[in-house]
Design a protein around this ligand. Structure first.
Ligand SMILES: O=C(O)c1ccccc1N[C@@H]1O[C@H](COP(=O)(O)O)[C@@H](O)[C@H]1O
Length: 253
């Protein structure tokens, strides 16, 4: 997914793809701290937020149904409305755990979905949908240390590296790696975790959690040759630490 651009001097170079996040809870765009329910800061209408990132030049939107992830209901209609309104690519997460929720998610026209809990609790189903849908399926590896967390990040779900090896062997096309301890904190990304994951898989990795500055994005961009394809940016954009235009400029090569 990183942007290829050929040069007259050699092989293609790739720039880090940026995926601004719109997480939806109770119909509103929100940001959480460490993914904890109850830590929400609200940023208003999710459609307006998404259109804003699109207008600013994003090529991708990371769209999350937080209620579905937490099991506190869902925002399915609102999420579908946002996904359908986008001219850019959308990756959709939250509560996609069975055939019905997967079919509804794919029917929004999103480019791909991220599976979290299902990869931990129903591995046979995940292997089946990876085989059926190829790169329209990515897996979100949400970790504290090296322990995966599911069900709104409230339950342990096994070892990161064992799960990664299993998913690799099943043909999983891509991983979204979130350090929960960093998420929503503006404390900087976990570069070591990203490096470690890239060292054990040849699949592209999307970095998530902790981005606070343009320098953080530049630091993640240095990992593109190791396999980091993109970075999700949430709190920093909503808190206006920088603009999306500045971020896109910072990672363009
Ligand atoms: O994105 C968040 O802040 C977040 C916080 C708490 C739980 C999940 C969160 N987001 C994403 O939701 C999916 C997991 O959903 P599920 O387990 O498949 O239902 C995953 O992509 C998380 O990164």
């Amino acid at each position: 997914m990183s942007t290829p651009s050929s040069t007259p001097y050699g092989p293609s170079v790739h720039t880090l793809e940026l995926l601004p996040a719109v997480d939806v809870r109770d119909g509103q765009a929100v940001r959480l701290v460490h993914g904890e329910s109850g830590s929400e800061t609200s940023y208003g209408d999710p459609l307006e937020a998404a259109l804003n990132w699109q207008r600013a030049g994003a090529r991708w939107l990371h769209l999350v149904d937080l209620d579905a992830a937490f099991g506190t209901g869902d925002n399915r209609d609102r999420i579908a409305e946002v996904a359908r309104a986008m001219d850019i690519e959308v990756e959709l997460s939250g509560g996609i755990r069975d055939d019905a929720s997967l079919a509804a998610a794919l029917a929004t026209g999103c480019r791909r979905v991220n599976l979290g809990t299902a990869a931990l609790e129903t591995p046979e189903w995940v292997a089946k949908v990876i085989a059926e849908h190829g790169d329209r399926i990515a897996v979100g590896l949400d970790v504290r240390g090296t322990t995966l967390r599911g069900r709104g990040w409230t339950r342990d779900g096994g070892d990161l590296y064992e799960t990664l090896a299993r998913l690799d062997s099943e043909g999983c096309a891509r991983y979204v790696v979130t350090d929960i301890n960093k998420d929503g904190t503006l404390k900087g990304p976990n570069l070591e975790l990203l490096r470690n994951v890239c060292s054990v898989t040849d699949r592209p990795v999307i970095a998530s959690g902790g981005v606070s500055s343009l320098d953080d994005l530049r630091a993640i961009a240095t990992l593109v040759p190791e396999g980091v394809e993109g970075a999700i940016v949430g709190k920093a954009l909503y808190a206006e630490a920088f603009t999306l235009e500045e971020a896109l400029e910072a990672v363009s090569s």
